[in-house]
Design a binder for this molecule. Structure first.
Ligand SMILES: Cc1cc2nc3c(=O)[nH]c(=O)nc-3n(C[C@H](O)[C@H](O)[C@H](O)COP(=O)(O)O)c2cc1C
Length: 352
């Protein structure tokens, strides 16, 4: 099977398979393992302070000499509405106490957020070869600076309209994220209904309106799904859920167990954890927030308010109060080293 195409040439990789960036789940070890095995690993830095961004890049570089992508969140920071944030903070604090999770009440006044603009300098200084982003599109000045530095830019679209915007703004590669995908929707056009297009419809539609290489994201987990995506007009694939149960993943043991046991209908889209729509395995936290009827704050405010409860649950290996982001093919994931997962995708696709 011929793997080399325009995308592999751009990314300087053997296989057009990108390990999806997964904030909170992917690690430098995972990214390096995938890059060393011939794919493109991704390091997720959405909302992290610049010092941590630099440390993650250094940790990954210490483990691989191959290219990897660094992924940020290209959104504007929503202002904090102190009244509604206070109501949500109280609700979450009571929830944590009732469930014996040691999570402090978030001090709404002290919330501090990092925008992608705070991270740009580090990415340029560190000469990261590939930069991917979601939730929006960076300012033209940043796009120009990356282009001048020879950085390959990958943007995320959940509709053809979003793909057109990325194309027109000069983004090199377009990831078409279908509704089956795990984690946050990359959606960024405001005042539009949330795009809910599946990979089967989205990938050929996006490939039809742009000459840029398209990467399929959502429901990719084996040779058949890789080949199907390429048949639909994608030049590459970006599986995420397939790597959650990998040895290098930061997912807690009970999350991995729930992932492998999840049926096709066990995931749902929710705003309860972060304020942005994201797909994850249904759990008690989602149900409690959604049934409470309290207004959910916009991203990243809700995300910050929920952070203490998630951290406490993560420590206690309690999967009812962490975000178990996962796609609709969750139970097809493998417990194996990330390099073995990548090799299986390659070998299975080649055997077809
Ligand atoms: C746990 C998890 C975390 C994610 N975090 C990010 C992220 O930080 N940045 C990003 O661009 N996409 C993120 N995504 C979405 C992936 O890039 C990708 O679209 C998705 O995983 C593809 O669908 P699949 O999960 O069915 O393979 C995340 C997905 C998961 C499952």
């Amino acid at each position: 099977m011929e793997w080399q195409n325009e995308l592999t040439t751009l990314l300087k990789v053997q296989y057009p398979i990108i390990q999806a960036p997964m904030l909170g789940v992917s690690t430098p070890e995972m990214a390096a393992a995938v890059s060393n095995a011939g794919g493109l690993g991704s390091v997720a830095i959405g909302g992290l302070p610049p010092s941590q961004v630099r440390a993650l890049i250094h940790q990954t570089r210490a483990l691989t000499h191959k290219p990897f992508a660094v992924n940020f969140f290209a959104h504007e920071i929503a202002p904090v509405d102190p009244i509604h944030a206070g109501i949500m903070a109280d609700f979450l604090f009571n929830m944590a106490s009732q469930h014996r999770l040691p999570a402090a009440r978030t001090d709404v006044q002290s919330l501090r957020f990092f925008s992608y603009r705070d991270q740009m300098e580090v990415l340029l200084e560190e000469q990261v070869p590939v930069v991917s982003f979601t939730f929006g599109i960076p300012d033209d000045d940043y796009i120009a600076a990356f282009k001048a530095a020879g950085v390959v830019l990958i943007g995320t679209a959940t509709s053809t309209k979003e793909a057109m915007v990325l194309d027109q703004r000069g983004i090199d590669v377009i990831t078409a994220q279908g509704i089956e995908a795990g984690g946050h929707r990359g959606t960024f056009l405001e005042h539009e209904p949330l795009p809910m297009v599946g990979v089967m419809s989205l990938v050929p539609a996006v490939a039809g309106i742009t000459r840029k290489p398209v990467v399929a994201a959502g429901g990719i987990y084996n040779g058949h799904t890789v080949k199907a995506a390429l048949q639909l007009g994608a030049q590459g694939v970006q599986p995420g859920t397939a790597f959650i149960a990998s040895d290098e993943s930061n997912a807690i043991p009970s999350y991995k167990t729930a992932l492998l046991a999840a049926s096709d209908t066990d995931t749902a889209l929710t705003r309860a954890f972060s304020g942005r729509w994201a797909r994850g395995i249904r759990n008690h936290f989602m149900q409690l927030v959604e049934e409470a009827g309290i207004p959910i704050l916009p991203y990243p405010v809700q995300n910050a308010l929920v952070a203490p409860i998630r951290a406490a649950a993560q420590k206690a290996d309690d999967n009812e109060f962490v975000a178990m982001w996962a796609g609709q093919s969750a139970n097809k994931s493998l417990r194996a080293p990330a390099a073995v997962i990548l090799a299986a995708l390659v070998e299975q696709a080649e055997a077809l």
